[in-house]
Design a protein around this ligand. Structure first.
Ligand SMILES: [Fe+2]
Length: 325
């Protein structure tokens, strides 16, 4: 009998395809030729992720409520995650990205930790908040973008007088997919500060952004206004692009295979994504999922922050971009 099993005659001599399929299932094999609810290959890029708009004014009111109702002892990082409202999704904002609004009260500190995901902050309202990244204290002033690459120690605090608010963006959904996740707390609680820095590869102040945008040439294809890319070699999964659109600018529609999240850093305007018109203003967050047609226009002079998986997609040679007019 053992010989019969080892010879796999039950597979070789299966009386019909259904029997073979059933016997394959017991062995962790599935035929490639059967129809599937989600096919293995399909003709066009597809995502279930939706274009979504979160209003900063609303989130800020919620953060004020949270700051009153939940102490720093219970929620050291007091944040509100922007969940894309698709079935089965718990935390992801876009396919590879998770975003949140976060607030900190004067005098509070969020202890240092480090983790696999790469992270950044877009500072929406702060005078006196800071991040310590690998022992270096970085000021976080309104308009700054501050990076904490995966594996770097980072903690936050606030020496100012008014409640501070910022936007967090991380590649957590990608880390969940690839599974290199870890997190650990710093043995000292808050990492000791070795020195304070203002000029750092981890901090992009608003005045630098505005200066470089002023010197940038407009997108010759007309999809965007002026753009600069902030180099982030230590966090290659997240590409940061800053956009400047003059009031009245209307960009040509496009679609591409990257997943993007936009944060409004100045001005107001409209993005139409997959047919949904989203009117945004200061601090708002807008998701533009892969391969959904998108176009952006500015009602007044505007600065947009964009984080995306474009560099990752390009590295993998999955990048496609198409004009849609
Ligand atoms: Fe963190």
């Amino acid at each position: 009998m053992d010989g019969a099993i080892l010879s796999h005659d039950d597979l070789r001599d299966a009386p019909d395809l259904d029997s073979l399929t059933a016997r394959l299932a017991e062995r962790g094999l599935t035929p490639g030729w059967i129809d599937r609810e989600v096919p293995i290959l399909y003709r066009e890029p597809h995502t279930d992720f939706l274009p979504v708009h979160w209003k900063y004014e609303e989130a800020r009111a919620a953060m004020d409520g949270a700051a009153r109702l939940i102490g720093h002892d219970l929620a050291e990082r007091r944040n509100l995650i922007m969940r894309n409202p698709i079935p089965g999704n718990d935390i992801a904002t876009a396919r590879t990205l998770i975003c949140a609004y976060q607030t900190i009260l004067p005098g509070e500190q969020a202890a240092s930790h480090r983790h696999a995901p790469h992270a950044l902050r877009v500072i929406l309202d702060s005078d006196g908040a800071w991040s310590v990244v690998d022992g270096e204290k970085h000021p976080m002033l309104t308009g700054d973008v501050v990076l904490t690459p995966g594996g770097s120690w980072h903690g936050h605090g606030h020496d100012g007088a008014e409640q501070a608010y910022w936007f967090d963006g991380l590649d957590v959904p990608l880390v969940h997919l690839l599974e290199p996740m870890y997190v650990e707390g710093h043995p000292a609680g808050m990492e000791p500060v070795k020195r304070t820095v203002t000029d750092s590869p981890y901090r992009f102040p608003m005045e630098r952004t505005l200066r470089e945008l002023e010197a940038a040439t407009p997108d010759p294809e007309g999809h965007f206004g002026r753009r600069i890319r902030y180099e982030t070699p230590e966090m290659p999964t997240i590409a940061i692009t800053m956009h400047r659109m003059d009031g009245g600018f209307r960009g040509r529609p496009y679609r591409c295979t990257a997943n993007s999240v936009f944060v409004v850093m100045q001005g107001s305007g409209r993005s139409t994504i997959d047919g949904r018109a989203i009117d945004w203003t200061y601090g708002d967050t807008v998701v533009s999922p892969s391969w959904k047609t998108a176009e952006h226009s500015a009602a007044e002079d505007t600065v947009l922050f964009q984080m995306s998986d474009e560099e990752l997609i390009r590295w993998a040679r999955y990048w496609r971009f198409e004009a849609m007019d």
